[in-house]
Write a protein that binds this ligand. Structure first.
Ligand code: NAP
Length: 554
C-alpha cells in the first residue's frame, strides 16, 4: 500500500473508489486475453490487478532452471490473432521459461495491455454488493474498485505449497520454492543442494542442478512415470508446416479431448496383441511428449488391466536407463497407475542418477522429520546442504481462490462454500457469486488440457455471455443451484468412471493436508465440454438466472 493510501485508510477518510466494468485478477495467459477481449473487442472499461511486477503468470513466477513448456509451442500460444501467430517464431518444440515469458510480454506490448494492468498489486478482498449488484474489490495497495464483473484469471497452479516441516525456518542456507524463483537466478556452482519433490517441476529442476552443483540430493516421496520430452529445435520446414496448416491444427485441438496434438489409437489395449502394443508404445515413446498418456489406447485410463500393460512397459524403460539397480527400483513407480498422476516430461532426468554427484533419497520409506539449520533430517539420518529447493507443488485449483476473501450473497465466503470441495456450474461460475467468472477454474477441463486452448474457449464464452447481457439489458447473471448441483455431480461421476480418483494426487487435493478429497478438474474432455458450453449458450444460457440493473429477475 502506498503511504498516502495507507494514511487515508488509517485516518478513516473516505476511500477513493474507481468504477470499472470489469476487474480481472492475474496477468497470465488468461488475464491478458480477457483484458484484450473485454476492453478492445467489447469496449468495456477493465483493469488487471497482478501481484507480480510483470506479465506472464506461471511464466513470470516459475523461473527455476529447466522450466520449460511441455506442450508443442505452435499450440501452446494464442490463436485469436492472425498477425500474432504469423509474426512469432518459436525456437523449439518446447520453449523454455524465458521464451514463454518473452512471448507473453510481446503480446502485452502488441495489444497495448500494460496501460490497464496494475502490477505489484494483490487482490485481497472482493465483495458482492447486493444493493448495487457490483463487486467491490480491494487490494493490498489500498485500491478500492467497484466493478460490474469480476474475472478470476488466477491460474490453477499459482498458490505455492511449502510443506509445514518442523524446523523449516531454522535452515541457515538459502531456501527457494520453484514457483517463487529469484529473478537474478541462483548459482549452484560448488554448492551442496537438496531438492524436495519429484513432480513435473522437481524433475526439470533437478536435471539442471545436477549439471552445476557440487552435490545434489533428490528427496523423492512418490516415484513418477516420467516420459521423454523429445524436445528439438524448430526448423524452417516444421515452422512452414504449422503456419500453413494453422487453421486445421487449431480446429483439431479445439475439439479433441486434451487440446494437445496427440491422436488416440481408437481401439482398446486389451484387444491388441502384445506385439501391437509394444509397437504402439515404442512409437509414442520415440516421438516424445504426452503420446503415451493422451494419445494411447482408449482403455488405459479406465481399466486397471489395460493400464498395467503400459505401466509395466514404462517401468522397464526406467530400469534400462539407470545403472544402479537399487536406485532404479526406487525410481520405479509401483503405487499408482500410469497417467493417474500428471505425467512429467523429462530431458535426461533418469541419467542424472548415474552421476557421482547425485543421490536419491526415498522419503516414503524414511519421511523427512525435520529441517535443521544445516540440512534435512529423515528417519535414516541427516543430509547437509548449502541450498534447499522446494519443488513441492501447489495448493491446486482452489488454493488461488481461497487466498482471496471472496464474499458473495449474504456475505458468504467462497472458501466456506467450497469447504467440502468446489461447487461450480461449468467450472465457470458459482451460485451466490453473481457476475464472477473463473477462467480455467475447478470443474473445468483446465489442467487436463493444453491450457491456452482451454483459456481461449473460456474467455470467448464469458465475453459471449457478457455480450448477451448487454444486448438484452441484463446486469446480473448467476447459475441456479440446480444447474450447479448437476454439474458437480456430473463432474465427479465422469472422474469416477476412470482410474484417476484411485491415486493420491493434486488432482484429488491429496497433496495438501486437510484438503477435501474430490477430483478437481473436469475429465469429460475439452471438445465435449466446449460443446456443452455452446449448447448452454444456444439454449438462452440455460442453468443461469439473470436480473436487470435494478435486480429484477429477467
Ligand atoms: P507436484 O506435482 O505436486 O509435485 C510436488 C512434489 O513434491 C511431489 O513429488 C510430492 O510428493 C513432493 N512433496 C510435497 N510435499 C512433500 C513433503 N512434505 N515431503 C516430501 N515430498 C513432498 O508439483 P509440481 O512438480 O510443481 O507440478 C505441479 C503441476 O504443475 C504439474 O503437475 C503440472 O501440471 C504443472 N507443471 C507443468 C510444467 C510444464 O508444463 N512444463 C512444469 C512443471 C509443472 P508426492 O508425489 O508424494 O505428493
Amino acid at each position: 500500500m502506498s503511504s498516502t493510501q495507507q494514511d487515508r485508510r488509517q485516518a478513516g477518510a473516505e476511500e477513493l473508489i474507481t468504477d470499472l466494468d470489469a476487474v480481472i485478477v492475474g496477468a497470465g495467459f488468461a488475464g491478458l486475453y480477457a483484458l484484450h477481449k473485454l476492453r478492445d473487442e467489447m469496449g468495456l472499461s477493465a483493469r488487471i490487478f497482478e501481484a507480480g511486477d510483470g506479465v506472464g503468470g506461471t511464466w513470470y513466477w516459475n523461473r527455476y532452471p529447466g522450466a520449460r513448456s511441455d506442450s508443442s509451442s505452435w499450440i501452446y500460444c494464442y490463436s485469436f490473432d492472425e498477425e500474432l501467430r504469423e509474426e512469432w517464431q518459436w525456437s523449439e518444440r518446447y520453449p523454455g521459461q524465458q521464451e514463454m515469458l518473452g512471448y507473453l510480454e510481446h503480446v502485452a506490448e502488441k495489444f497495448d495491455l500494460n496501460r490497464d494492468i496494475q502490477f505489484g498489486t494483490r487482490v485481497t478482498e472482493a465483495t458482492f454488493d447486493e444493493e448495487t449488484n457490483r463487486w467491490e474489490v480491494r487490494t493490498d495497495a489500498g485500491d478500492v474498485v467497484s466493478a460490474r464483473f469480476l474475472v478470476a484469471a488466477l491460474g490453477a497452479l499459482s498458490a505455492a505449497n511449502v510443506p509445514d516441516i518442523p524446523g523449516l525456518e531454522t535452515f541457515a542456507g538459502d531456501r527457494y520454492h520453484t514457483a517463487e524463483w529469484p529473478k537474478e537466478g541462483v548459482d549452484f556452482t560448488g554448492e551442496r543442494v537438496g531438492v524436495i519433490g519429484t513432480g513435473a517441476t522437481g524433475i526439470q529442476v533437478a536435471t539442471e542442478i545436477a549439471e552445476q552443483a557440487d552435490h545434489l540430493t533428490v528427496f523423492q516421496r512418490t516415484a513418477n512415470y516420467a516420459l521423454p520430452a523429445g524436445n528439438h529445435p524448430m526448423d524452417a520446414e516444421l515452422e512452414r508446416w504449422y503456419k500453413e496448416n494453422y487453421d486445421e491444427i487449431w480446429e483439431s485441438v479445439r475439439h479433441n479431448f486434451s487440446g494437445h496434438d496427440y491422436d488416440p489409437i481408437g481401439k482398446v489395449a486389451l484387444e491388441a496383441t502384445p506385439e501391437e502394443r509394444e509397437r504402439a508404445f515404442q512409437e509414442r515413446w520415440e516421438r516424445g511428449g504426452f503420446g503415451l498418456w493422451l494419445g494411447n489406447y482408449d482403455d488405459i485410463l479406465e481399466s486397471r488391466e489395460a493400464n498395467d500393460t503400459v505401466s509395466e512397459w514404462v517401468r522397464q524403460k526406467i530400469w534400462e536407463r539407470v545403472d544402479d539397480p537399487v536406485t532404479a527400483e526406487k525410481l520405479t513407480p509401483r503405487d499408482h497407475a500410469f497417467g493417474t498422476k500428471r505425467v512429467p516430461l523429462e530431458m535426461g532426468y533418469y541419467e542424472i542418477f548415474n552421476r557421482d554427484n547425485v543421490e536419491l533419497v526415498d522419503v516414503q520409506k524414511a519421511p523427512i522429520e525435520e529441517i535443521t539449520p544445516t540440512g534435512v533430517r529423515t528417519k535414516h539420518g541427516e543430509y547437509e546442504f548449502d541450498v534447499l529447493v522446494f519443488a513441492t507443488g501447489f495448493d491446486a485449483m482452489t488454493g488461488p481462490y481461497n487466498k482471496i476473501d471472496i464474499r458473495g450473497r449474504d456475505g458468504q465466503l467462497l472458501r466456506d462454500k467450497w469447504a467440502e470441495g468446489p461447487r461450480t456450474y461449468l467450472g465457470l461460475t458459482s451460485a451466490g457469486y453473481p457476475n464472477l467468472f473463473a477462467i480455467t477454474g475447478p470443474q473445468s477441463p483446465s489442467v487436463l488440457t493444453n491450457m491456452p486452448v482451454a483459456i481461449e474457449q473460456h474467455v470467448e464464452w464469458i465475453s459471449g455471455l457478457i455480450r448477451h447481457m448487454r444486448d438484452n439489458g441484463l446486469a446480473v447473471v448467476e447459475p441456479t443451484s440446480e444447474a450447479e448441483d448437476d454439474w458437480v455431480d456430473h463432474s465427479q461421476e465422469v472422474a469416477h468412471t476412470t482410474l484417476f480418483p484411485q491415486s493420491a494426487t493434486w488432482y484429488m487435493g491429496a497433496n495438501i493436508p486437510g484438503k477435501p478429497q474430490v477430483f478437481l478438474p473436469y475429465l469429460g474432455g475439452l471438445g465435449g465440454y466446449r460443446q456443452k458450453c455452446d449448447e448452454v449458450a444456444a439454449n438462452g444460457y440455460e442453468g443461469f438466472a439473470f436480473a436487470d440493473r435494478e435486480g429484477s429477475n429477467a
